[in-house]
Design a binder for this molecule. Structure first.
Ligand code: 4AD
Ligand code: MG
Length: 433
């Protein structure tokens, strides 16, 4: 007799007092004399099934007392409210059946090294903390889309294979493309700029690629970026949009992921206070402050990870550092008319040591200056013909930014390394699983 349809564990409240069947994976089992406790996870929740020896037949009891971690089973029984049980319900089981037995599950309830866990990422995803962080990530992704949809932005899906270098030549992945070289996109930005005259306010949310030879806790070679681009917005307006987006993402995570954050033991005191306006510092002020705090940074250098951490110590909110030296930043940023050594841009640096979560700028809208910057950086001018057209046919003030999803979710969840914030991380030395 079929036991389906199964009730989802997350919906047990709707069948309280009734018989139902659930299917899932065995998280733990414990036998206590004539009662066994089997904790089952089905992906929507976790439920404890209580099996009394005298309530099931002998074969079933033998089966229950021989269950292994991560075996797939189905359970039939009565749903009862139980405050001590995870999720608030338990199932008083009449019968259990095997769907598929799991032998020697590699991840055991003990400490494993990070490389072992990463090698078993395909299984590690099932563990409570990993489910929680990826749940927060999914919520943040949805919140980002909801925010921009509500604000009247149009989603533009930008290409992953591209012929124009988006950021800089140093960190490109390339691939042979029918006799030409294609690059994996470092950003969707240039294409969003092209969509501005069509839709005014646009955004993309997708994977981006950087062949970064850095093995830091903030770098992935494949990471996801949320990028808006707005026509007739200057650098100031760009920063105001950043504050609002970041505050909204946090508000949503706090509102809808409180169970996950609690499981992760995230102290949300500082997060709860994240509301605009965020403090702003010019790059020059930041360098002065850093020098006072003992950094050896010199004017002209981009802030290093260690500088960002040092700077963030003084703030409970994300801090926006604006107007960096032009040599430290990408070719497309607009020259600052008040100080041409700098460009109209900003980074947002998260508190608590999570580093740069946003890079944004007003774009160079002057054809000749942009062409000069492309040449200055040794980029192949031919491949930017289409991009230069945007300054030829109706140029306009515009700005945008990129928010790194993994770094932002690392901050929200309080995890220290970005490798846990993406389902299957790609790092310099990791392409599998
Ligand atoms: O500052 P970045 O390089 O900016 C851009 O790509 C712009 N084109 C965005 C735009 O204006 N539309 O990258 C933006 C953000 C960083 O602040 C950081 O959060 C994240 O992307 N990021 C990375 N995250 C993980 N691993 C990496 N290797 C990252 N590189 C950048
Ligand atoms: Mg940056």
């Amino acid at each position: 007799m079929a036991w389906e349809p199964y009730t989802e564990v997350g919906s047990l409240a709707s069948v309280e007092g009734e018989d139902c069947s659930v299917a899932g994976w065995v998280e733990t089992t414990r036998v206590h004399g004539k009662v066994a406790f089997v904790v089952v996870r089905d992906g929507t929740g976790v439920v404890q099934c209580v099996v009394a020896k005298n309530a099931v037949d002998e074969a079933c009891w033998d089966f229950v007392t021989d269950l292994t971690y991560e075996s797939t089973i189905e359970v039939r029984g009565e749903v009862k409210e139980d405050a001590r049980s995870p999720g608030g319900f338990e199932i008083s089981a009449h019968d259990l059946r095997l769907i598929s037995r799991s032998e020697d599950y590699p991840i055991q309830p003990k400490e494993h090294g990070i490389e072992f866990l990463m090698d078993h990422r395909h299984l590690w995803l099932r563990s409570g903390a990993q489910r929680a962080v990826l749940g927060v990530r999914a919520e943040v992704m949805q919140a980002a889309q909801d925010f921009f949809y509500r604000e009247g932005f149009t989603r533009i899906d930008t290409p992953i294979l591209t012929g124009s270098i988006g950021e800089s030549a140093g960190t490109l992945f390339s691939t042979e493309y029918f006799g030409e070289t294609a690059y994996l996109a470092q950003t969707g930005q240039l294409y969003l700029e092209a969509a501005c005259p069509a839709f005014r306010k646009v955004f993309c949310l997708g994977p981006t690629f950087r062949a970064e030879k850095s093995k830091t806790r903030r770098h992935l070679t494949e990471f996801w970026m949320l990028e808006p681009e707005v026509a007739f917005a200057d650098s100031e307006e760009n920063m105001r949009l950043q504050e609002r987006v970041v505050s909204y993402l946090i508000e949503r995570a706090l509102d809808r992921c409180s169970d996950e954050l609690e499981l992760l033991e995230r102290d949300v005191t500082l997060l709860s206070g994240v509301k605009p306006p965020f403090p702003r510092l010019s790059y020059t002020q930041a360098v002065e402050l850093l020098a006072e705090k003992g950094s050896d940074i010199e004017w002209g250098q981009d802030l290093r990870g260690s500088d960002e951490t040092l700077l963030a110590e003084d703030f409970d909110l994300p801090v926006m550092v604006h107007d960096y030296p032009r040599e430290a930043k990408a070719f497309y940023m607009k020259e600052n008319p008040d100080d041409p050594r700098t460009v109209l841009c900003n980074d947002m640096i998260a508190p608590e040591g999570y580093g740069e979560i946003i890079g944004g700028s007003q774009r160079e809208d002057d054809l000749e200056r942009l062409r000069a910057r492309i040449r200055e950086q040794g980029l192949p001018e031919e491949s930017y013909a289409w991009y230069l057209d945007l300054r030829r046919y109706g140029s306009f003030v515009h700005s945008g930014f990129g928010l790194g999803i993994e770094r932002t979710v690392a901050w929200i969840t309080g995890r220290t390394h970005v490798r846990e914030l993406i389902p299957f991380p790609r790092l310099m030395k990791r392409l599998t699983p």
